[in-house]
Design a protein around this ligand. Structure first.
Ligand SMILES: O=C[C@H](O)COP(=O)(O)O
Length: 249
């Protein structure tokens, strides 16, 4: 049985003033069957971890470097995130692939780094609008998956997030049939490669998840939760999404 998971990606948002949103996430106590992860900017990882105190909420980074240390100005190692209190790290997000030219090979190396540091990697895949309209979605996602995941991926150390690029921050959401088709295809590819282990790997949907569409998304086959961007910034927006996932169980 895969434990449901909601991860909030704050992206490049949040300062110390926003730690009050963490304080307000009392929802964790009301959603004991859902794993919750908050991924603030790197500057806030340790403060969020401290603010959470005994709350059953995990902290994640939004990226890490493949190496443990070295001359990489501005980068953060997986081990540094772990030391700051992170248990998860988002890798291969389409914004990093676009803004920083991250290839599948780079993402692969970063996922290995996350595993080395005992972090759970939330590995993002997803097609552009052009690819969706060109009918290549399943091929694109399968290719990203094959090249981004290392052989050491397990149900414990890896989560896959399907995020159609055209749905991120746009308010456009694929139909539940489209989500089910891609998630089913991802599950099939994982089974081909990892055998029974694949049945434990959680698949998140990401892209304009909000309180008003969460119930339908969480009722979709092979959706184990969500990677939430904009709606994770305010506890009043994030909490109903967590509640919707708890209620779906
Ligand atoms: O990592 C989160 C995704 O990019 C989704 O962002 P969004 O919920 O703002 O569309």
């Amino acid at each position: 049985m895969r434990r449901k998971l909601v991860a909030g990606n704050w992206k490049m948002n949040g300062t110390g003033a926003d730690l009050k949103e963490i304080d307000a996430l009392g929802i964790a106590w009301a959603a004991p069957r859902v794993e919750i992860v908050v991924c603030p900017p790197a500057t806030l990882v340790s403060r969020v971890a401290f603010t959470l105190g005994g709350q059953p909420i995990r902290v994640g980074g939004q990226d890490c470097h493949a190496e443990q240390s070295g001359a990489h100005t501005g980068d953060v190692a997986a081990e540094m995130l772990a030391e700051a209190g992170a248990t998860h790290v988002i890798l291969g997000h389409s914004e990093r692939r676009a803004d920083h030219g991250e290839t599948d090979a780079i993402v692969h190396a970063k996922v290995e780094a996350a595993h080395r540091a005992k972090l759970t990697a939330i590995v993002c895949v997803g097609e552009s609008l052009e690819q969706r309209e060109g009918g290549t979605t399943l091929d694109v996602v399968a290719g990203q998956l094959a090249a981004s995941l290392p052989d050491g991926a397990t149900a414990q150390n890896t989560v896959v997030a399907y995020e159609p690029i055209w749905a991120i921050g746009t308010g456009k959401v694929p139909s539940t049939e489209q989500i089910a088709e891609v998630h089913g295809a991802i599950r099939d590819k994982l089974r081909e490669r990892f055998g029974e282990e694949a049945d434990g790997i959680r698949l998140l949907y990401g892209g304009s998840v909000k309180a008003d569409n969460a119930e339908a998304i969480f009722a979709t086959a092979d959706v184990d939760g969500a990677l939430v961007g904009g709606a994770s910034l305010k506890s009043t927006d994030f909490s109903p999404i967590v509640s919707a996932l708890e209620s779906s169980l």
